[in-house]
Design a protein around this ligand. Structure first.
Ligand SMILES: NC(=O)c1ccc[n+]([C@@H]2O[C@H](COP(=O)([O-])OP(=O)(O)OC[C@H]3O[C@@H](n4cnc5c(N)ncnc54)[C@H](OP(=O)(O)O)[C@@H]3O)[C@@H](O)[C@H]2O)c1
Ligand SMILES: [Zn+2]
Length: 365
């Protein structure tokens, strides 16, 4: 077969296919990235596909090469993240690609870890394999933004999600908040949870809203449900204490009510004492648990302290075209100590989505 040069449009299509494959393991790979791979023969035929299912299991390239078998020889391999070149829990993918005698490798983005960045590409080039880097790079970085943040900042990516009325309220003056947005938007939230490793609220939200914080079967798995409560002045019956559906972890202080602590532990809820108990110490603990991204679904008090401590990088604001009013009705972010409008935190890379009758504004701090 005579190979004609592969057009860039085809490369982009194949990279998007890699991302689609990678997404099949959404929420299951921490601390590893989401990676998909496609093996293509010179007649533009896909002869192998694979994705990384989770830590400790083979990488995407290995599954794709296995799927392609003998047909990997002389083929082009697409992969959204630079192939690894070091012995971790599994042997390096560069060696697997060289052994399979592939002709060309198309990489979406270089490994974000500055200590190993570029080494995989170098190794492949040394072995005489043609390498192209940067196809659909932005989409590749977007899919693995939690992984990239974790590697660069040694903290999970913090996402603050809230739902507010058009007049900027997250509850009524009495604290009632079910529901601000439409069922379509709430379903979207369930899906967003699938991509996160943990969901955090404060004690007040447990007392007021009694939330479930699950994905409601929008695709497993459920993130770890996390509560921050200083004194453990919490109800003994709550949806979060039913751990049949999802696990729950409560962070508290050494001054907490020992009875409540014991009752929670009896129900299978994990209780961890942190000193001090702050959004930052919580994120450090969750980083050590290997998490990539954490969804803050708390009220304004906790959200303000999480923003002030740098625990939040991304915002998902759901806005319902409703007005509830109320001078004392709470808003999404409590006191940040800012007094001049030119001190406002300005979001970057802002996108607006329309979801049913509501809107979602996404942006980065
Ligand atoms: N519309 C929405 O998107 C949305 C989302 C969430 C909540 N809400 C509403 O928001 C209201 C609750 O707001 P809230 O601000 O009190 O939220 P919260 O999510 O309960 O956070 C505040 C609580 O966090 C705990 N906490 C632990 N460590 C903390 C720290 N270092 N800094 C700050 N808080 C810490 C405290 O719990 P302890 O008192 O137990 O110590 C505190 O009462 C409710 O009316 C709820 O309906 C709305
Ligand atoms: Zn690998």
């Amino acid at each position: 077969m005579n190979a004609s040069p592969i057009p860039p449009e085809f490369d982009r299509q194949m990279m998007l296919r890699c991302l689609e494959l990678a997404r099949q393991a959404l929420g299951k790979t921490a601390p590893n990235p989401l990676v998909g791979s496609v093996v293509v023969q010179d007649d533009y035929n896909i002869v192998g596909e694979g994705f990384h299912p989770g830590a400790g299991q083979p990488h995407a390239e290995v599954f794709a090469l296995r799927d392609a078998g003998e047909q990997a020889k002389g083929a082009t391999v697409y992969v959204n993240l630079e192939p690894c070149n070091h012995y971790g829990r599994t042997p390096p993918c560069t060696e697997a690609l060289i052994k399979a005698k592939v002709a060309k490798v198309v990489v979406g983005m270089i490994d974000p870890n500055p200590l190993v960045a570029g080494q995989g590409v170098e190794r492949l080039k040394q072995a005489g394999i043609e390498v192209i880097v940067g196809v659909e790079q932005e989409a590749c970085q977007q899919l693995n933004e939690g992984f990239i943040h974790r590697i660069l900042h040694h903290q999970p990516l913090g996402i603050f999600k809230y739902a507010m009325t058009l007049d900027g309220k997250i509850a009524t003056t009495t604290g009632h908040s079910a529901w601000i947005t439409s069922p379509t938007a709430r379903q979207q939230v369930h899906q967003l949870r699938v991509a996160c490793d943990a969901v955090i609220v404060g004690g007040n939200t447990v007392r007021r809203d009694n939330p479930h914080l699950t994905t409601h079967n929008q695709g497993k798995p459920n993130p770890l449900r996390v509560v921050m409560s200083r004194k453990l002045d919490l109800p003994l019956e709550a949806n979060l204490w039913d751990i049949k559906e999802a696990n729950t972890l409560v962070f508290t202080t050494k001054d907490a009510d020992p009875d409540c602590q014991e009752q929670l532990q009896k129900k299978g809820v994990e209780v961890v004492v942190l000193s001090p108990l702050t959004p930052k110490t919580v994120m450090t603990h969750l980083y050590e648990r290997q998490f990539l991204s954490v969804l803050w679904e708390c009220g304004g008090t906790l959200a303000a302290s999480a923003i002030a401590e740098g625990a939040i990088q991304k915002i998902w604001a759901f806005i319902a075209p409703k007005i509830i009013g109320g001078k004392t009705a709470p808003s999404p972010v409590g006191d940040l100590g800012l007094t001049q409008m030119n001190q406002a935190l300005t979001l970057e890379r802002v996108r607006l989505y329309s979801i049913g009758s509501d809107y979602l504004i996404e942006g980065y701090l």
